[in-house]
Design a protein around this ligand. Structure first.
Ligand code: FES
Ligand code: FE2
Length: 327
């Protein structure tokens, strides 16, 4: 069974205009199109007639027109041949949903539930998109591990010298893996410390839960005063969806939201903060992408690696990717 039975975020809503757009999941191509009345269709990108890419075609009224011999398809995939009008065919179609300014697809007929995107009072920012030149498993390894943040990231996270103080608690269950990390926030530049209302040495809580249908991680990032234990500063709730474009490239779609600790008046300042915070999340993620691109061996296998206490997740995730996601 295809992973496409789960919902996948495949295209920014605003990217789908009058022209069809091609999306890709695990090497499988899908064409998305928007008809004149605003219906959105998602079909296999290979024309049922002689396998032309439908994404090279165009939209005319309520139909997508194949560029090769002019078959037409409506948004449900019902197709007709122009030369043989009695000849019809059904193109494999997908369910489409628009959430958070993103288009999500799932194989028609599947009952896989839509992932939880709730924000509970956090203020959302526009989605972020990254493509990383490494397979899904290897990318997920990086995004569910606290050790690299000290060396790879620029601002947030722990100090390499104080890594031994970082507590990492892993709680696996049948369908998800929960991790809680706490440790001292490393030194960060004054403007960021100020904007986030935190101090160097505050306890940085980095907690996440990884789910596999589809593969996504929900992160909670917040700080507490190491003396009183009181929470202070910004609280971020970040959800990243991961899927393979093909065997070598992984797509990441990030939905971030932030909660501010200030008075309502000061929180009004948030409009500006929001773009800075979004930029920072994107920046830190591009650091991951650059690092992963340089791996000497990107194969997802873990045999022969010298793994440490932070690396227990590699096997837990591979098991769930096979069993829950790919099945
Ligand atoms: S391949 Fe599409 S109409 Fe012939
Ligand atoms: Fe990272």
């Amino acid at each position: 069974m295809s992973v496409l039975r789960h919902w996948h975020p495949v295209c920014l809503s605003s990217r789908l205009g009058r022209r069809p757009v091609m999306a890709q999941v695990e090497g499988h191509e899908i064409v998305l199109f928007r008809t004149a009345t605003g219906q959105i269709g998602a079909l296999d990108n290979s024309c049922v007639h002689r396998r032309m890419r439908l994404s090279c075609g165009k939209v005319a009224g309520e139909h997508l027109v194949c560029p090769y011999h002019g078959w037409t398809f409506n948004y449900t995939g019902a197709g007709e041949s122009p030369g043989t009008p009695k000849m019809t065919a059904q193109a494999p179609a997908y369910d489409v949903r628009e959430e958070w300014n993103y288009l999500w697809i799932r194989q028609a007929g599947s009952n896989s539930p839509f992932p939880d995107l709730s924000v509970d009072g956090f203020a959302p920012v526009r989605p972020l998109e990254h493509t990383i030149d490494a397979p899904l498993e290897v990318v997920l390894d990086n995004f569910t591990e606290a050790k690299h943040v000290a060396s790879v990231h620029s601002y947030f996270g722990y100090d390499l010298d104080r890594m031994a103080e970082v507590q990492s608690h892993v709680e696996p269950s049948e369908f998800e893996v929960r991790v809680r990390n706490t440790g001292p926030q490393r030194s960060i530049p004054f403007p960021l410390r100020w904007a986030y209302a935190i101090k160097t040495g505050d306890t940085f809580h980095w907690e996440w839960v990884t789910r596999f249908a589809p593969v996504h991680v929900t992160y909670d990032e917040f700080w507490t005063d190491p003396q009183s234990g009181q929470q202070r500063g910004v609280h971020a709730r970040i959800r990243i969806f991961f899927y393979a474009l093909d065997d070598h490239r992984t797509r990441l779609v990030t939905f971030a939201a932030f909660k501010l600790p200030f008075s309502p008046v000061v929180n009004g300042f948030f409009l500006m903060f929001r773009d800075i915070a979004r930029w920072l999340v994107g920046w830190e993620m591009s650091r991951d992408a650059d690092m992963l691109a340089q791996l000497a061996d990107k194969s997802p296998g873990i045999e022969g690696m010298k793994l440490s206490r932070f690396d227990r997740l590699l096997a837990l995730h591979r098991d769930r990717i096979e069993r829950v996601y790919r099945e």
